[in-house]
Design a protein around this ligand. Structure first.
Ligand SMILES: [Fe+2]
Length: 308
């Protein structure tokens, strides 16, 4: 069993119907799928890899060596008491937004990542339009919901991560299991070093490295908007003794002030009886709960914001 790989360019040709169906299946049955021929120039992706790896070497590696996980794992390994590190991740990460501080010492980082983010945001919006169509929603519905209205207000961020070689991979995760809080997530993962797994039907499945593919997964807000048709799914990153996994995840989230609720059309159509699985809530309230409960099941989070 492997995460579906979908040729996005076929949406524009004779195989449009099959491609729509593949994406519907990816959203409904998996919550994860990989897009190839997605329209992001390969030349740009090559530059993204280059500047991200250089940035790690130039601006991050030394800090990681002195970081909390390194210190904790060395202490734990000495104890040899069979415990695992449960509250940290073996990850070097920073997030870039339109208006925060970016690395400055790596040549070309800013220009390349700005260009990449513009392209990825457009791809996210194309994917949302496909979701609209597959769900029977008006074109632009999900985009509008994730922007909190008609304006361009989405919260679009990019997490640049590395998972450096770990001397004791059995003692710590690269990234602990969680579902993503937001809307649509677009991941550009390492060509060779795997480690990302998603949970399907109780089984952890590798999200296999595929050079220059973009992995799409749906977050908790898409689950709410779709009234549970598209479930956000658990995923995690394992740590490994060798290889330095590069992982660049962009997320298209609502602004904190947006109100999120299931699309009325999907509620009326599919749930004649009153179903209160997903409440109406303000996304900022959800994020406050998520900050405390990221690595716990999502269902109590929905219940928590109902009460706010
Ligand atoms: Fe995630």
């Amino acid at each position: 069993m492997a995460v579906p790989v979908i040729d996005f360019s076929k949406l524009n040709g004779e195989e449009r119907a099959q491609t729509l169906a593949q994406i519907a299946n990816g959203c409904e049955e998996w919550g994860f799928f990989q897009l190839i021929n997605h329209g992001i120039p390969e030349e740009l992706l090559e530059r993204v890899k280059k500047v991200s790896s250089e940035c790690y070497k130039v601006e991050r590696e030394e800090n990681f060596k002195n970081s909390k996980p390194v210190k904790l794992i060395n202490e734990l390994a000495e104890k040899k008491n069979g415990e695992k590190l449960e509250h940290v991740d073996w990850e070097d990460v920073f997030t870039i937004l339109n208006n925060n501080e970016w690395p400055v010492k790596t040549q070309g980082f800013r220009e390349t990542m700005a260009e990449y983010r513009t392209e990825l945001k457009k791809l996210a919006e194309r994917v949302m339009e496909v979701m609209d169509e597959n769900l029977g929603l008006p074109n632009g519905y999900i985009k509008k919901a994730l922007n909190g209205g008609d304006e361009d207000n989405a919260f679009f961020g990019t997490k640049v991560s590395h998972y450096p070689p770990c001397p004791y991979p059995e003692l710590v995760n690269g990234l602990r299991a969680h579902t993503d809080a937001g809307g649509v997530i677009l991941l550009f993962q390492d060509d060779k070093v795997g480690g990302l797994q998603m949970l399907k039907d109780g089984e952890w499945i590798d999200v296999q490295p595929l050079p220059n593919a973009i992995v799409i997964n749906t977050g908790d807000q898409i689950e709410v908007l779709s009234n549970g048709r598209y479930k956000s799914c658990w995923h995690r990153v394992l740590s490994f003794p060798d290889g330095n996994r590069r992982s660049i995840a962009s997320f298209y989230n609502p602004p904190l002030k947006a109100t999120i609720y299931p699309a009325p059309k999907l509620v009326e159509k599919e749930n004649q009886e009153v179903d209160d699985t997903y409440p109406k809530f303000v996304f900022g309230d959800y994020m406050s709960v998520y900050a405390e409960q990221k690595f716990l099941p999502k269902e109590p989070r929905f219940q928590a914001v109902r009460a706010v």
